[in-house]
Every structure is written in C-alpha cells, then in structure tokens.
Design a protein around this ligand. Structure first.
Ligand code: 13P
Ligand code: SF4
Length: 337
C-alpha cells in the first residue's frame, strides 16, 4: 500500500474527513490565529481557489514554492497545492511538519508516470540523463538526475552538454516544446496533464475572431497545436508577468483558471478570458487542486493532519535532483514568482 493510501486510511478511520466545521466560525481569523500560534506558513499555488490564495503567506509557481519550502524557518509548512508539491516540500525540509489539506489532491500528470514502469523504460536508454518535470511522484524523483519546473525547464536543458542524451519525463507536451526551443532530440515519456490537454483549438480560433485585440497566452503543458497559436508561452509566473508588462488590455488564457485571480488583482483594468476547453462544462479547473477548501485548510492546521510522511530512502534518493535544479536556478538568478 502506498504512503498516500495508508495515511488516507488512517484519517478516514479517525473520522477526520467527516468533521463538520462550525458554520459560524470566522475561518480567516481562525487560520490566521493558528498560523501565529503554531509558527506555520501557508504556501499556495496559483491554481488554488481565490479565498485560499488570499490567506496564503506566499502564492507562487512550482519553482517559487520549492524555493520558499527550502528556505522557510516556520515549524509547519501547510501546502495549499497538490500531493507532489507537498512531497517536494517534505524532501527539502524533512525535519519540518508538512501538511496538505486534502491528501487526495493528486495530479494526473504525476500519475501518468508510475516509477516501476519508468524504471524499466529507463533501462532501454543507457547513458541518458533523466530530467523530470517537478510534477512527478517522489519515487520518480529517485530515478531522476535533474528536476525542472516550467519556469526553468529551458535553462536546465541548456545547462546539459549538447552531446549528452536526455530522457525527459513525464510531460510530453512540455517535452515537445523544449525539443522545439532547444533543437535537442530528447527521449520523451508519454504523459500529460488532464487540464492542459483539454483546450479546444476550434473554440479558441472562434473566440479570437470575436476578440481580435486579445492576446492568446498559454502554459507549455498545453498541446503543440494550441501552443502554435499563442502570442506568449510561459509558466504561471511567466504568464502573470507578461499580462502585467504587456500593453494589451485583453487576454485569452490557456491554463488552469486559478491564475486569473492574480492576473485580475495585478491588472484590474484588463480583461482575462479563460480559454475554452473541449468539454460541455466549459471550465478549466484542476479537480485535484480544487479539492482544497478553506474548511479543510482550517481543519488540517487545527489537527495537524493530513501530514506528508515519506520513507527515509525516498528523501535520501529523491532530494538530489531537486537540489541540482535549485542550484542551477540560483546560479542563473532564476527565481519563481
Ligand atoms: P508552474 O507552477 O510551473 O507554472 O506549473 C503549473 C502546474 O502544472 C502546477 O500543477
Ligand atoms: Fe497536475 Fe495538471 Fe492539476 Fe497541475 S493542473 S496539478 S499538472 S493535473
């Protein structure tokens, strides 16, 4: 049984997930009180709901969140994000308590690359360096030489000598984008994110016809035929910065809809339109990210559960690839947003 399933079972036995929160409680006040009393820091990804972003101590992309997790002097890290992000924080700060409001907040991209299958795949390519997108399991990180995020991926690939063959996992779309940008012929694992694979080319073309002055911006986890149309491709932080510095006043945004909150806050006079997906509900929410709620955030801080527990061998073998990424990023002055 995986560490995730074990921990989840223990919590369900205790009935923790069924606890009702007193509806008269001022959750924002309570969460702020718990932060002070427990010396806890709340790190939130841009894809969280607006109310969670607004109460977080730090909101950022995957690189910025890892840099904060490595540097914090808080006793407790509360990770408002998904499982692989909280695992990364635990690997970087193994002596701290790391909490995730809902342990079921996983990631379809991380799930698309099971470590035992990847171990066999890797054997077919001796002499290859493995670069893994940070959106992967802790166990996959034990099979990885260097991690990367969407902010530093291009830089990480360019830091590897040109004659060194590379396997890139698990995101095939980011992999193809990097192959195109660097001209490197990398071996790509065939994984993808369920949110970024859903955008409809046809609907985006029609939307652009209705908004001829709008810029179309996209995250590199989107498929190549979507990225080809984009005026700008970048990480969540890259997209946010672009909308701040660019002169346009209207943007069609192809990534998870949570980022629109910070875009709107930073540029209240601009209009942000979520790119339409190829489904009936017309929403770009990540079902994993959106499992976290203010109530669960409060409960996890009050009871200090669910806690991320990793076997020592995973921390020992998995951390080096994250440290390498942070070192290369620091030397290049790359800081996540
Ligand atoms: P970044 O945070 O690197 O932009 O990646 C987004 C993402 O997929 C997080 O799940
Ligand atoms: Fe994973 Fe995609 Fe959700 Fe990010 S948006 S957590 S990559 S499923």
């Amino acid at each position: 049984m995986s560490t995730l399933t074990l921990a989840q079972n223990n919590l369900e036995r205790k009935g923790f997930l069924d606890l009702d929160v007193d509806p008269t409680l001022d959750l924002v006040q309570e969460i702020n009180r718990l932060k002070r009393e427990k010396n806890a820091v709340i790190l939130a990804h841009y894809y969280q709901d607006a109310d969670i972003q607004d109460i977080a101590d730090y909101i950022g992309d995957s690189l910025g969140l890892s840099q904060k997790a490595a540097a914090t002097d808080a006793d407790i890290i509360v990770f408002a994000g998904v499982h692989f992000m909280a695992e990364t924080a635990k690997m970087l700060s193994p002596h701290k308590k790391v909490l995730l409001p809902d342990l079921k907040a996983g990631c379809s991209l991380a799930d698309s690359c099971p470590a035992p299958v990847f171990r066999e795949f890797k054997k077919k390519y001796p002499g290859h360096v493995v670069v893994s997108y940070i959106n992967c399991t802790a166990e996959l990180k034990t099979l990885t030489d260097i991690c990367c995020t969407s902010t530093n991926a291009l830089h990480i690939i360019n830091s590897i000598p040109e004659d060194q063959p590379i396997i890139f996992a698990p995101d095939i779309n980011l992999g193809k984008f990097l192959v195109q940008k660097t001209g490197r012929d990398m071996v790509l694992w065939n994984g993808a994110c369920m949110v970024h694979e859903i955008f409809s080319h046809e609907k985006i073309v029609k939307l652009r016809q209705r908004h001829p002055d709008a810029k179309f911006i996209a995250h590199p986890e989107c498929e190549p035929h979507i990225l080809e149309m984009a005026d700008y491709v970048g990480s969540t932080t890259g997209l946010l910065k672009y909308t701040i510095s660019d002169a346009a006043t209207e943007y069609i945004v192809a990534t998870e809809s949570g980022i629109l909150h910070q875009m709107q806050k930073a540029s209240p006079h601009k209009t942000f339109i979520p790119a339409p997906p190829d489904n009936a509900c017309a929403c770009n929410d990540c079902p994993h990210m959106k499992l976290n709620t203010l109530e669960k955030l409060y409960l996890c801080m009050e009871y200090e559960q669910p806690e991320i527990i990793l076997p020592q061998w995973i921390i020992d073998d998995g951390r080096a690839c994250i440290d390498r990424m942070l070192d290369i990023s620091a030397k290049a002055g790359l800081v996540g947003g």
